[in-house]
Design a protein. Structure first.
Lengths: 212, 80
């Protein structure tokens, strides 16, 4: 049984914001709402700054679900946390409960009116007919129903952001870490991506020196 | 003429119909619309580059999406 998750490799993320743009474009997310964003960790610390792409992490025990007073959240069979905008009252409790700041609220109306909550859907749409206009208008594109992965992960140029079944992407990440080693070994194109020649063999063990 | 008035009456009475709009909330239980599952859809046409699976078959959809997930592993792609 698949349990969909995101995993962002902070060693690879170059803060290009391609994932943010891909999400906005694919789902036609309105101005002022950011379902995904890239944050800097260790900001200002020389040599320790990293970037990481953050959106809804589709928690297995989601705090937003726990605090919602109208119970508009549900979890799909493949582990994606979604919500029904017809039930949402825009109270903002989920925003305070979420450790990732994933829930977003459009504020296009008068007096700073807070609209219904909007968040990353893992490109899985919502409780409307799959691939329908109604689903697209409310929740964005349903790429899972098209047999595709979220646009942010598939568009990531350095493949820092992985999306999919937690077991599968954890295996991919583990394999990468074993190949590239640690510390200075992680630097450099060749170490991160390999030589890229057809028929070339992967390095038997992590290299000892960094290559830029 | 009679048919016209009958139609007009029916049209007027249609406004009296009222569908239930109030959701009765039960604590801790999702009360919204049911959602369909991704594998219950037909796969996209080949040129749209979606996955290929048998409609309604969860295993085949998971297999298709897993192949797509593994394509994110550039070592697998480079050294094939």
């Amino acid at each position: 049984m698949a349990r969909m998750k995101f995993l962002c490799d902070a060693e690879r993320c170059i803060e290009c914001n391609g994932c943010v743009t891909a999400c906005k474009n694919e789902n036609e997310v309105p101005w002022g709402v950011n379902r995904r964003r890239v944050v800097t960790i260790n900001d200002g610390v020389v040599g320790a700054e990293k970037s990481i792409s953050v959106a809804c992490m589709h928690c297995s025990d989601a705090p937003c679900m726990a605090v919602c007073p109208v119970d508009c959240f549900y979890r799909t069979d493949d582990g994606v946390v979604l919500h029904d905008k017809d039930l949402c009252i825009g109270c903002g409790y989920c925003f305070y409960a979420c450790p990732f700041g994933a829930p977003q609220f459009p504020q296009a109306g008068a007096f700073g009116l807070r609209g219904k909550m909007d968040k990353c859907t893992f490109c899985a749409g919502g409780p409307e007919a799959d691939r329908s206009d109604a689903e697209f208008q409310k929740y964005g594109r349903n790429r899972l129903a098209e047999g595709k992965l979220p646009a942010c992960a598939e568009m990531c140029s350095t493949k820092a952001l992985l999306g999919g079944d937690g077991d599968v992407i954890a295996d991919i990440y583990r394999d990468r870490v074993v190949r590239r080693g640690k510390g200075s070994e992680v630097w450099g194109w060749g170490t991160a991506y390999g030589p890229g020649k057809p028929g070339a063999q992967p390095p038997a063990q992590p290299r000892t020196g960094g290559r830029s | 003429m009679r048919a016209f008035f009958l139609a007009l009456t029916l049209f007027g009475l249609a406004a009296c119909g009222e569908s239930e709009q109030v959701v009765v909330y039960k604590q801790g239980k999702y009360q919204g619309k049911p959602d369909s599952r991704p594998w219950d859809n037909e796969p996209l046409a080949q040129e749209l580059r979606g996955g290929s699976w048998t409609k309604g078959n969860r295993e085949s959809w998971e297999e298709s999406i897993k192949a797509r997930q593994l394509a994110q592993h550039e070592h697998k792609r480079i050294y094939q």
